[in-house]
Ligand binder design. Sequence first.
Ligand code: CDP
Length: 733
Amino acid sequence: MGRSQSDPPKSNDQTAISSKRKREDEAHRRDLDSKRKKLLVTRRQLPIWTHQKAIRAAVRDHDVLVLSGETGSGKSTQVPQFLLDMFRSSKIAVTQPRRVAAISLARRVADEVGTPCGSSSPASTVGYSVRFDQSTSPSTRIKFLTEGMLLQEMLRDPKMSQYNCIIVDEVHERSINVDLLLGFLKQLLAERRRGRNPLKVVVMSATADVETISNFFSKSAPQTNGHSTPVPGTDTEDNTAEASSAASWQGIADDEAGAPNDEVNASNDTKSSVNICHVEGRQHPVKTTYLPQPTEDVIDTALQRIFKIHCGEPMPGDVLVFMTGQETIQNLQKLLEELAENLTRDFPKLLVLPLFAALSQTAQQRIFEPAPPNTRKVILSTNIAETSVTVPGVRYVVDTGKAKIKKFRNQIGLDSLLVKPISQSSADQRKGRAGRESAGQCYRLYTEEGFMSFDRDNTPEILRCDLSEALLKMKARGVDDVLNFPFLTPPPREALEKALMQLLQLGALNEDGKISKIGLPVARLPLTPSLGRVIVEAATLDCLLEVIDIVACLSVENIFLNVDTEDARGKAQEARQQLFRRQGDHLTLLAAVQAYASETSDRRRWCDDHLISHRAMKGAMDVRKQLRAQCKQAKLLPEKAEVETENGPPYEAVSDNILKAFVRGFMNNIARLCPDGSYKTFIGNQTVAIHPSSVLFGRKVEAIMYNEFVYTSKAYARGVSAVQLRWLEEVIG
Ligand code: CDP
């Protein structure tokens, strides 16, 4: 359209700017298109590619498709694209157990589709949503999101009406959220089938245990209360006939599949029709080497192995090392970097990259970038890289055989993190990472007998974790009878009862078991019920901004860098100690955030001067921004609460209130000082020591409150503050 008479004439500058922008847009489009074409060649070689039509037919003709296939066969990246034009007017959701996978998949699929990713352009059709980071546009059609985020969306929109297809990926990980999601989806399928907007569900797994999932969906959904409408006349008998007669993978010939359309079929039956498919993998041979004897010092053995690979193996290729957690990873990283400095020029350089859940997104995404010339990447990862993410270029895997596993300890009524041997299936997944692109090598830092003693499979999280978060989500979705919820694996009744008790104690449920006025905002915050309760309490105690700052720090990696006492740089150590607060870690974190936020000149330098991780601090600032927005949305914080806490009244005035808010959410994590100088928990009377990383380490106070219970060489409390016993009564009211 031409310019109207009333438009002001454009200046030469404006014209130049607008034609420059046009040229840039055009160049960007060409760039995206050439990337798309290049990737199409790779996509066509994926094992899943030849099954495209059959997958579409299976989804068109059934409510649920259960698709199994080796990691790397192309499930996560291709299936959403295969299905996209079957659902012309709505979105496809693809869930992932982990943030890093959701983001990297969104970026990869955006490149393959030839569209900008996320919120970078209003025309972008592929986006993602993870805790504290939403990156979608009005045009988003494929949305990768963590299971937790989809559950959050379900609370806001119980019918999930914006989606016609929900793909639940990586089900073999059996996270508690995925189990919950499958239960909700089973109920939703029955509801949506009766409406005009049927839902299709694709469940994808790297292992072949598809029968359980298929049987689960082909049984009738039980009656539900609340948002989920009861299904009249349903029974609970196993619909084996339907499950077994469901078209098998080979049963659908490509030419039977028909042309793509948005008229997907939906049956009127109250039971879901399920189709099972399997895609073969593409795995190169991987040679496995065990240790002849068990090792006493796994870090040292890993260090030696990595250097043997680097200096001794002729094949190029990156190294992926599986470790237990942030601390061991950072220790090994430091040692590797020190030793790598002494490498002679005859060897390539080493680039060491950590990968663990609490790491910032930017740092996590670095593992996907190709190493610079003449450099070998060594990725030190927790079990995140086991199945969720594909790191290109890996040819060597070093497996310590251990992982940090969350376990609910009935005795103390808390989740604790324990370092445990992995399962045989995890070990095999880890090994498989070496054979993605070519033949590889896997070094197991344990003996073959050790491997034989591992459990065959992982125990689903729902059988070993605190269920309070899951239960609160169920209650918020109107599932009042949690004992009859369709769980893929029903958790023990005792664990459900414990979780109900905890929610009652938090005040998140009323006496009648229904969600309370306090419980609703707690369920909607992307935090554990305990932390959510702290936030709600802080709103009433007038210290919400401060508490958000602390919660933001607790949600990211440790902000204080590990320092060896010998090499601690005197002045920096002194500067850091000025941030330490005698009341403990919570107020220390607050002091650090506030000092960082008020630093306007050079924040990176400030971090160096205080031995604080700049990366962690930037992450905490992001989380703080998001939490503030969410608290405003939940009306816990007034719209105009943008005043920086550092400009507000000094927090000393509210420091007791801050700690009281934490006591309200963490009443089960309180231990009192005993005459023998030890701390014993109120619940379970268990001895717990203050972790050496705490500013309260070595101090004796009346009682302590802590956020985390870790069991390494002994039982440790982490994230600890001194509290007064009389606060307990005051807080309970
Ligand atoms: O889901 P599944 O494990 O079956 O495979 P996928 O995640 O779809 O990955 C298929 C292939 O895409 C991988 O082998 C990688 O080569 C590539 N890919 C990638 O380069 N970057 C990603 N973020 C994801 C996949």
